[in-house]
Design a protein around this ligand. Sequence first.
Ligand SMILES: NC(=O)c1ccc[n+]([C@@H]2O[C@H](COP(=O)([O-])OP(=O)(O)OC[C@H]3O[C@@H](n4cnc5c(N)ncnc54)[C@H](O)[C@@H]3O)[C@@H](O)[C@H]2O)c1
Length: 334
Amino acid sequence: MNRFLLPASALGAAVGGVVLFKDYVTGGLCPSKATIPGKTVIVTGANTGIGKQTALELARRGGKIILACRDMDKCEAAARDIRGETLNHRVSAWHLDLASLRSIQEFAVKVTEKEERVDILINNAAVMRCPHWTTEDGFEMQFGVNYLGHFLLTNLLMDKLKASAPSRVINLSSLAHIAGHIDFDDLNWQKRKYNTKEAYCQSKLAVVLFTKELSRQLQGTGVTANALHPGVARTELGRHTGMHKSAFSSSLLGPFFWLLFKSPQLAAQPSTYLAVAEELEGVSGKYFDGFKEKVPAPEAEDEEVARRLWAESARLVGLDVSHWSPGRGHVQSR
Ligand SMILES: NC(=O)c1ccc[n+]([C@@H]2O[C@H](COP(=O)([O-])OP(=O)(O)OC[C@H]3O[C@@H](n4cnc5c(N)ncnc54)[C@H](O)[C@@H]3O)[C@@H](O)[C@H]2O)c1
């Protein structure tokens, strides 16, 4: 009997260790139980991955949820899933292609006309390490979708956000921002040899700089802006890198991914926390890694870089900054 005791307790300790380690890596569930009845939430890129799970979590908490997606079939399917799972029928699918300034403007006009309020804007959509593609307006795809599209969208919705204050903007960045650099001489990768990884890192650094500058400009308005690294998750984000569904479910690498990567549901917990937590009311201009506030990369804290990026971005998307004040974004025809 005794000869089984040692191996059994070693196995028990190993299993316990794995469970504890996984818990540590994945971060756990949102610590806030706050609900959001009466609040309207927009989640971009909500048909899959972290965005879909975030929309589901917030629908469960009673919000009116707008899924803002490029592919309407997938968006409708996600909205149906969420309505079915949460029994919250105030979940709808709207078209938004962040690779098109026209689409962003149409979406913002529709929101402005049809919605009384926007309490929470979650800028979640992204593309990672795609080939050297450009958006409809000629911007490098990762810079255009991950950052510039959200920059314009947020500015165009600012009147609504201000009128609904206290309200929140949550920008999905990434730990990858620390390897980023804003090259003002070539934001759009027209001069340099294209590097998919550096372009992703630049776009995610731009998201943190945007968050900081937005927060500075919105002081006293009741609108807060925070940036977030959600953790590393098993989503479709790696579709251009080979790290996708089949790798996650392979018998060789599957257990490794299971242990070290979050499920989309767990990776949606930090976004949910930033959206609902009462203790974060008034907290703005911060960078979170999971549920914890962290210091971002030094370049992300550079106010001069942030101001310059804002001005350059406004110029690129045709936002009239000469008459600009928070909430008075005006897009000139291009
Ligand atoms: N998965 C991770 O490990 C991880 C790590 C750090 C940061 N993030 C960030 O989390 C966010 C969510 O990523 P995910 O892992 O769920 O990825 P995902 O690829 O599963 O989801 C991204 C979503 O963005 C949408 N999207 C892409 N281009 C778009 C466009 N032009 N217009 C509208 N929507 C568009 C996609 O359709 C998809 O719904 C992203 O901002 C990503 O950078 C993810």
